[in-house]
Write a protein that binds this ligand. Structure first.
Ligand code: FAD
Ligand code: SF4
Length: 330
């Protein structure tokens, strides 16, 4: 491993200042960044340990929302009573990920920033535009079973591997950031990004920008009674999603007032299926409607040699998640 400098920050200003230097990276739970360093995928000049920053609280907000500290551990977040009652979709998604031990160490901020599991990204002997811009994309002609079918580019077809973020996107969470130019707030829809011409960038963050918290809006709690996170994977646990669906319905009598669907495992970022959501709005739930919505969600999908199955799998997963959602009574 390449030698690196180490800064243990005790306040956010110091952390941001240190992380703004070229080649610096934050260290939170370390469950992703340390692996990447051991494999030689990332070789930071400086690690900025943020574990002593006061960002681990999970706090109910005066207006009824819930603020998840960036350094709150995934386990503490998933087990928080307010989250479980008002935003059970987020708890389900977190608990579908990794293992108990990993969730005890992993933080909410680090989870949002975790990097793709494309095998060529991890294999430093192979060309990869995300790891080494301009070298090419080995997955295009290689083994691409886990890769994206929506929003890909000629430069990268990697998929986003996380679970929690699908639920956060479905519930219109808001990300609190602190950077060298001060604090700002962005809707989570603007946080992750598609690969385009610059697949080395996973998120729309400035150098040194620190996630301080993730806010769940009060109004998204109306989906609590009918929401479901479905994760389809090769093993029953401890595996990344082939496809996942965060689905939520808000009902008005027998009709759907509003629907939320966000897909995982199919794109470089959590993929909100807004066409499908629009089809569901105002309609009575039922299998034909769910199938129509699933077709709309995947209308723009293009598979590669080993992952075409994901398109049909994603459609069926949407239908199943929506069916489960209509049965929810939490
Ligand atoms: C074997 C294994 C299986 C896994 N399975 C799953 C799974 O099924 N589903 C799933 O969702 N995840 C899974 N994970 C990923 C795991 O959840 C992430 O590694 C973890 O959430 C990252 O959090 P961390 O705090 O450890 O981040 P770190 O490893 O400390 O950091 C990750 C990245 O985030 C940056 N970062 C950290 N905190 C901040 C912040 N506050 N602001 C800005 N940048 C920050 C770091 O600089 C780094 O680039 C798995 C991991 C492993 C090792
Ligand atoms: S899909 Fe993306 S991460 Fe994977 S090899 Fe291609 S450029 Fe690299």
């Amino acid at each position: 491993m390449k030698p690196f400098a180490f800064t243990r920050a005790t306040d956010a200003d110091t952390a941001v200042q240190a992380a703004t230097q070229p080649g610096a990276r934050f260290l939170a739970g370390g469950t992703n960044i340390v692996d990447l360093m051991k494999e030689g995928v990332e070789a930071p000049d400086r690690l900025v340990d943020i574990n002593r920053l006061p960002l681990a609280a999970i706090e109910a907000q005066p207006g009824g929302g819930l603020r998840l500290g960036a350094l709150a551990r995934n386990s503490d977040t998933a087990n928080h009573p307010v989250l479980r009652t008002r935003y059970p979709l987020v708890a389900q998604a977190i608990l579908a990920g990794a293992s108990g031990q990993l969730r005890n160490a992993a933080t909410n901020g680090g989870n949002l920033r975790q990097r793709t599991r494309c095998p060529y990204f991890y294999d430093v002997t192979q060309p990869c535009n995300k790891r080494a811009p301009g070298t090419g994309c080995s997955a295009l002609q290689g083994f691409n079973r886990n890769h994206a079918v929506l929003g890909t580019s000629a430069k990268c077809i990697a998929s986003y591997p996380g679970d929690m973020a699908q639920a956060l996107h479905a519930l219109d969470a808001v990300v609190q950031l602190q950077g060298p130019s001060g604090r700002r707030t962005i809707p989570i829809a603007q946080f992750h990004r598609l690969p385009g011409e610059t697949p080395e960038l996973d998120a729309n963050l400035a150098p040194g920008e620190l996630i301080t918290a993730i806010d769940l809006p009060a109004e998204s709690a109306r989906f609590a009674q009918r929401s479901h996170y479905l994760k389809v994977r090769d093993r029953a646990s401890y595996a990344f999603a082939l496809v996942s669906v965060a689905a939520a319905l808000d009902m008005e009598g027998s009709r759907i007032r509003q629907a939320r669907i966000c897909l995982g495992g199919v794109a470089h970022m959590p993929w909100r299926a807004r066409e499908a959501e629009a089809l569901l709005q105002g309609a009575e739930p039922g299998l034909p409607l769910f199938r129509q919505a699933a077709d709309a969600a995947l209308a723009g999908a293009t598979g590669f040699e080993h992952n075409r199955f994901k398109i049909e799998l994603a459609k069926r997963s949407i239908v199943r998640a929506l069916e489960t959602t209509t049965r929810s009574t939490a």
